[in-house]
Write a protein that binds this ligand. Structure first.
Ligand SMILES: NC(=O)c1ccc[n+]([C@@H]2O[C@H](COP(=O)([O-])OP(=O)(O)OC[C@H]3O[C@@H](n4cnc5c(N)ncnc54)[C@H](OP(=O)(O)O)[C@@H]3O)[C@@H](O)[C@H]2O)c1
Length: 233
């Protein structure tokens, strides 16, 4: 926990030319089995996993720990088998039948702007706790609320907009970036830090991260970057 927010670990896979998906409606597979297993292990070490609403709509992820041994280890530590799932939306445009909301035993938190909170609460029913954002500050308010709920370690798995906000606002402690030997080369496809919300065109993300690790997961290279040096690892 760092002040009034959890430790924030960003996780993403990208093509060798910096895209996190292609422009087709189908999800681009970037990771192989070894990398998916690595991500599963990272998930198992976190208290919560967050994605933006855009990723729920585009990829329909389940966001569960898949490996039964890891699920059991979590239970033995007195934790739920899978981390709490978290998302954020301004419009509230989320399908209650999305895999995110499945009755899988994982806790679910949906942060939504005040105007969209009531209709979303009605639509989701008991599938998730809907939390109305009071200040409109977005991610900092979400992180402070998560800290208040005892979330000490948060994994953010995308998409482009949420990753960009976390880095831009200095809210990321760690970035695990899997680089796949795939090229997309399509300007219409989403890039690692694309996404419209809170974009600041022409300005670089402030600060320089520190390369703390390099790992091979099948044919994917995994770069581990830390913000603020080794002391925060
Ligand atoms: N390769 C990878 O590792 C990876 C991982 C995840 C996703 N992806 C890809 O990323 C793409 C989706 O990217 P994206 O940028 O659309 O998705 P995103 O970051 O998952 O979601 C963006 C949406 O989240 C909500 N949101 C974000 N910040 C907010 C804030 N501060 N306040 C209120 N709402 C906020 C908004 O939802 P509303 O529009 O509902 O208001 C916004 O449109 C897809 O192509 C997906 O495949 C790739």
């Amino acid at each position: 926990m760092y002040g009034n927010r959890p430790y924030v670990l960003l996780s993403a896979a990208m093509s060798a030319d910096g895209y996190i998906d292609d422009a087709s409606p189908r999800r681009l597979v970037l990771s192989g089995p070894e990398d998916l297993d690595r991500v599963d292990a990272v998930r198992a070490g976190c208290d919560a996993i967050m994605v933006g609403a855009g990723t729920i709509r585009a990829d329909n992820p389940r966001l569960l720990v898949r490996d039964e041994r890891r699920r059991e280890q979590r239970r033995q530590r007195g934790e739920p088998a899978s981390p709490v799932k978290v998302t954020i939306t301004s419009t509230g445009a989320l399908d209650p039948d999305a895999a995110f909301f499945a009755a899988d035993g994982a806790g679910k938190l949906v942060y939504v702007t005040a105007a969209a909170a009531e209709p979303l609460t009605d639509r989701l029913g008991d599938r998730a706790a809907v939390i109305s954002l009071r200040t409109g500050t977005g991610l900092p308010e979400v992180l402070a609320d998560l800290a208040g709920r005892g979330i000490g370690r948060l994994m953010i798995e995308g998409g482009a907009s949420v990753l960009r906000q976390a880095l831009w606002q200095g809210l990321a402690d760690e970035l695990l970036l899997a680089v796949a030997p795939v090229f997309v080369a399509d300007p219409a496809a989403p890039r690692l830090l694309g996404g419209g919300l809170l974009a600041a065109p022409g300005r670089a993300v402030p600060g320089r991260m520190w390369l703390a690790g390099l790992e091979r997961a099948g044919d994917v290279a995994v770069l581990r970057y830390l913000a603020g040096g080794q002391a925060r690892a």
